[in-house]
Design a protein around this ligand. Structure first.
Ligand code: CP3
Length: 353
C-alpha cells in the first residue's frame, strides 16, 4: 500500500502503521556526509538535482512510507533580507538579525516562487520521480520558530531576545508575526501546488512559551498559515516539542495531524487533542542510539499506546540525531511494519481474508 501514510493522515484504515522519520536525510548517513564534503548545505538545497538526490538517500536505504523534500526552514528568511550562513556541524547564523521595529518594517516580501523557487523545483522533480510509489512531504518552519531565529540570529537556549521583543514591543512583534504567517502560509501552499502531497509545519521551539503567551503571541499566526495550507486540500501536520502545557490550544490551531514529542504518553496526548486528529510520533530520538533490543522495547511501547488506532503515523518525537546508527533506523522501519501488519489468514485453497 504505497499511500498508507496519506491514508493515516486522513484516519483511513491502513494495512500497516506508516513510518517515516523527521530529519531522515542528514549527517548520520554516510552518503549524505560524502555529498557534504563537496557541497555546502545551502548549495545542496538550492540545486534541485542535489536536493532530490539527498531526499532519495533514506528512501533507498530504508523501508519508509514518505519522503520529505530536502530543504531547511531558514532559507525562507533570506528572501526577506536576512543573511543566512551554515557552518558544518554548527548551528545556523543570521548575520543581520531583527532587533527592533525598524528592522521589521524593512523586511522584504518577494514572491515565493522568486525567493525559494529552487525548493518548488526540487518538489516538482521529486514528485515526478516517485509519483505513485512514495508520498512526498513539503514543510516550513512555523511563524514563532522562524521569528526566534530571525531575532536571536541563531540557536538559543532561553530565547531572551525573542521574548524581550514580544513582551516589550508587542506591536512590532505582531507586525513581524503577520509577515511571517503570511509567507509561511503562501510557502506551504506553493509547495502543495508544486506537488507536495502533505505539508508539515515545524514549530520546534514554541514550547518555550507559557500557554498564555502562546495563545496571544503565536497561535493566531500559525492558525493563519495552516488555514492557507489547508485551502490546497493536502493534509497538514502540525509539529512542535514541549507542548504538554498547552496541547489543547496547540491542536485548536487546526490541521489534520498533530506531531507529539516523547515527553508525553502518546495515548494521553491523543485523548487531549481529540479523535478528529491523526497523531504522529513519538519515540525519543535517543532510543535510536541504543542497542536494538532496547530500541525495540521502546518502539513497542509507542505502538502499544497507539493501540492500532486509525491515524497513527510512527515517527520520532523530534529529528534523528547525528551519530544514529544507520542499521537501527533500517531495523526500526522494518519492525514497525512487521509488528503492525494486519493478520491475514491464508486458507488451504490459497485465498485470504
Ligand atoms: O527531514 C529531512 O530529511 C529534511 C531536511 C530538514 C533539514 N532541516 C535539513 C538540515 C528539515 C526538515 C529541517 C528542519 C529544520 N531546520 C528545523 C525544524 C526541525 C527541528 O529539528 O526542530 C530547524 C529548527 C532547522 C534549523 C536548522 N538547520 C538547524 C538548527 C541546523 C543546525 C543544527 C543541525 O541539526 O545540524 C540546521 C542544519 C541542517 N538542516 C542540517 C540538515 C540535514 C545539518 C547541517 C549540515 O549538513 O551541515
Amino acid at each position: 500500500m504505497w499511500d498508507r501514510f496519506l491514508r493515516a493522515c486522513r484516519r483511513e484504515p491502513v494495512d500497516r502503521t506508516p513510518v517515516w522519520f523527521m530529519r531522515q536525510a542528514g549527517r548520520y548517513m554516510p552518503e549524505y556526509r560524502a555529498l557534504r564534503e563537496r557541497y555546502g548545505i545551502l548549495e545542496i538545497i538550492k540545486t534541485p538535482e542535489l536536493a532530490v538526490e539527498v531526499t532519495r538517500q533514506p528512501l533507498r536505504a530504508f523501508d519508509l512510507d514518505a519522503a520529505i523534500i530536502f530543504a531547511d526552514i531558514l532559507p525562507l528568511l533570506e528572501g526577506m533580507g536576512l543573511r543566512l550562513e551554515f557552518a558544518y556541524g554548527e548551528g545556523p547564523v543570521i548575520h543581520n538579525p531583527v532587533r527592533g521595529a525598524e528592522d521589521i518594517d524593512a523586511l522584504a516580501d518577494p514572491p515565493i516562487e522568486e525567493s525559494v523557487g529552487y525548493t518548488l523545483d526540487a518538489i516538482r522533480l521529486m514528485r515526478a520521480e516517485i509519483d505513485g510509489r512514495t508520498p512526498l512531504i513539503g514543510f516550513s518552519g512555523a511563524p514563532f520558530t522562524l521569528a526566534s531565529y530571525a531575532i536571536e540570529g541563531g540557536a538559543s537556549r532561553n530565547f531572551t531576545r525573542t521574548k524581550g521583543l514580544m513582551l516589550e514591543q508587542p506591536a512590532a512583534w505582531h507586525r513581524l508575526m503577520s509577515k511571517l504567517a503570511d509567507r509561511v502560509g503562501r510557502y506551504v501552499a506553493a509547495q502543495a501546488h508544486a506537488g507536495a502531497q502533505a505539508v508539515q509545519l515545524f514549530d520546534s521551539w514554541v514550547g518555550t512559551l507559557s500557554p498564555d503567551d502562546y495563545r496571544t503571541f503565536a497561535l493566531p499566526y500559525t492558525r493563519h498559515a495552516i488555514g492557507l495550507a489547508a485551502e490546497t486540500g493536502v493534509p497538514v501536520i502540525h509539529f512542535a516539542t514541549d507542548t504538554g502545557g498547552m496541547l489543547e490550544d496547540f491542536a485548536s490551531v487546526g490541521g489534520d495531524v498533530v506531531g507529539l514529542d516523547w515527553r508525553m504518553d502518546l495515548d494521553r496526548g491523543w485523548e487531549r487533542v481529540g479523535e478528529r486528529f491523526a497523531v504522529q510520533g513519538n519515540l525519543d530520538p535517543v532510543a535510536l542510539l541504543a542497542p536494538w533490543e532496547i530500541l525495540r522495547t521502546r518502539a513497542d511501547a509507542v505502538l502499544v499506546r497507539a493501540g492500532g488506532r486509525r491515524g497513527h503515523i510512527f515517527n520520532l518525537g523530534h529529528g534523528i540525531l547525528p551519530g544514529t546508527p544507520v542499521d537501527n533506523v533500517k531495523r526500526l522501519a522494518e519492525y514497525v511494519h512487521l509488528a503492525t501488519a494486519t493478520a491475514v489468514a491464508v486458507h488451504p485453497d490459497g485465498s485470504s481474508n
